[in-house]
Design a protein around this ligand. Structure first.
Ligand SMILES: C[S@@+](CC[C@H](N)C(=O)[O-])C[C@H]1O[C@@H](n2cnc3c(N)ncnc32)[C@H](O)[C@@H]1O
Length: 317
C-alpha cells in the first residue's frame, strides 16, 4: 500500500505536465515536453480555428503556437509540416488544415506574414483594394491567380514589353515571334475577368520605366514588379513605381534572390547582367535591400516558397 502510494507520488512528480489531449497530439510520445501554463492558447482561435483537435494531422501542443496559430518552435514546425512537393502551395484560406492560417483581416495597418505569393490576392481583397498593376506579366499566370482571389479589383493593369531584349539572360526572353504569342496567351487568359466594357483589365505593351510616367502618383493600391531581375533594372523599377503606390498601398515583387542563388537552380539564367553590360551579383535581393535601407521602409518576404520568394512592403504617407 505504502509502495503504491509512493509510486503514484513519484509518477505525478515526473510525469510530463500535459493534458490528455496534448499527450495524444504530441507527435511521438518521446518528444519534448512543455510546461503547462494556465489559460491555454488554442491554435489560432482568433483566426477561426478551434482548440487543438486530437484528429488534426497538424496538431502541435497549443503552447507551441502563437495566438494567430503560427507555430512558435522549430520542433512544432518540423513535426507538423507535411513533406511538400516542389512549388506546392497551401491553398489560401484553408482554415481547418493549415497550421499557418492567418486571418488577413486582422492586419489593417501592418503587413501579415504570407506563406506564398498566392496569398496576395486574398490580402488585397481583405483590404478592399481597388487598383493594381503587374509589371512583367508574361502569359499572365500570376495575374490570373491575383484576379481570381481579388474580386474587389476595379482596375488591373498588366504591363509587359513582350519584346526580345539584349543582355537579358532569362527564360522569359524568348524570340520576338514567340513574344507576340505570349502576349496573346496573356490576353486570352485574363479575358474572363473583364467587365462588360472590357476596361477592368488593361494590357499595356511597353518598357517599365518608359510607361511609369503614364500612371498618376499615389494612384495604385498594389503594384507587383516581376520584369527584369538584374540589380540595375529592379532598382530602377522600384524607384519609378514607388511614387505610384497609394498611401497605405503595397509594393511587391517576385524573386527575392541573388544571381548566384538563381544560378544554382537555373544555370541558364544570369541575373547579374544589367542591360548596359554592368554586373551586380546581388540581383533582386540586393536591389530590394538597398531600396529598403535608402527609403527606410521595412519589407517582408513570403516564407514557405521553395525559393523565388516574393517581397512586399507597405507605403505609409
Ligand atoms: C518572369 S516573367 C513574368 C512572370 C509573371 N509575373 C508571372 O509570375 O507569371 C518576366 C516578364 O517581364 C517582361 N519584361 C522584362 N523586362 C521588361 C521591362 N523592362 N519592361 C516591361 N516588361 C519587361 C518580360 O517580357 C517577361 O514577360
Amino acid at each position: 500500500m505504502l509502495r503504491a502510494l509512493l509510486f503514484t507520488l513519484v509518477s505525478l512528480q515526473y510525469a510530463p505536465n500535459l493534458s490528455n489531449a496534448q499527450l495524444v497530439n504530441w507527435p511521438g510520445a518521446s518528444g519534448p515536453t512543455v510546461p503547462r501554463r494556465s489559460g491555454s492558447i488554442t491554435g489560432g482561435s482568433r483566426s477561426g480555428r478551434g482548440a487543438t483537435s486530437r484528429h488534426s494531422p497538424y496538431s502541435c501542443s497549443p503552447h507551441e503556437k502563437s495566438e494567430l496559430g503560427i507555430p512558435r518552435s522549430a520542433t512544432c514546425v518540423a513535426t507538423t509540416l507535411k513533406p511538400r512537393k516542389r512549388h506546392a502551395t497551401t491553398s489560401p484560406g484553408d482554415k481547418t488544415l493549415d497550421p499557418y492560417y492567418v486571418d488577413l483581416t486582422l492586419f489593417k495597418n501592418t503587413l501579415p506574414p504570407l506563406q506564398t505569393r498566392d496569398w496576395l490576392g486574398k490580402l488585397l481583397q481583405a483590404r478592399g483594394y481597388k487598383t493594381g498593376l503587374e509589371v512583367g506579366v508574361q502569359e499572365a499566370r500570376f495575374s490570373e491567380i491575383l484576379l481570381r482571389s481579388w474580386p474587389s479589383a476595379e482596375k488591373f493593369y498588366l504591363l509587359d514589353a513582350w519584346t526580345y531584349q539584349k543582355n537579358y539572360v532569362d527564360g522569359a526572353n524568348v524570340g520576338q515571334r514567340e513574344q507576340n504569342k505570349v502576349m496573346e496567351h496573356a490576353s486570352r487568359r485574363v479575358a474572363r475577368y473583364q467587365d462588360r466594357n472590357k476596361t477592368r483589365v488593361e494590357l499595356i505593351r511597353g518598357f517599365s520605366t518608359e510607361k511609369a510616367p503614364t500612371f498618376r502618383d499615389r494612384s495604385l493600391d498594389f503594384i507587383y514588379l516581376d520584369a527584369r531581375h538584374d540589380f540595375c533594372a529592379v532598382r530602377e523599377d522600384m524607384e519609378a513605381y514607388w511614387p505610384k503606390v497609394a498611401c497605405g498601398g503595397i509594393l511587391a515583387g517576385h524573386d527575392y534572390m541573388s544571381a548566384d542563388e538563381v544560378q544554382k537552380s537555373h544555370s541558364g539564367e544570369d541575373w547579374s547582367l544589367c542591360s548596359d553590360n554592368r554586373r551586380h551579383l546581388g540581383a533582386v535581393r540586393a536591389a530590394v535591400d538597398d531600396f529598403s535601407i535608402r527609403h527606410r521602409v521595412q519589407f517582408l518576404i513570403t516564407y514557405r516558397e521553395d525559393s523565388y520568394n516574393t517581397w512586399y512592403m507597405q507605403k505609409t504617407c
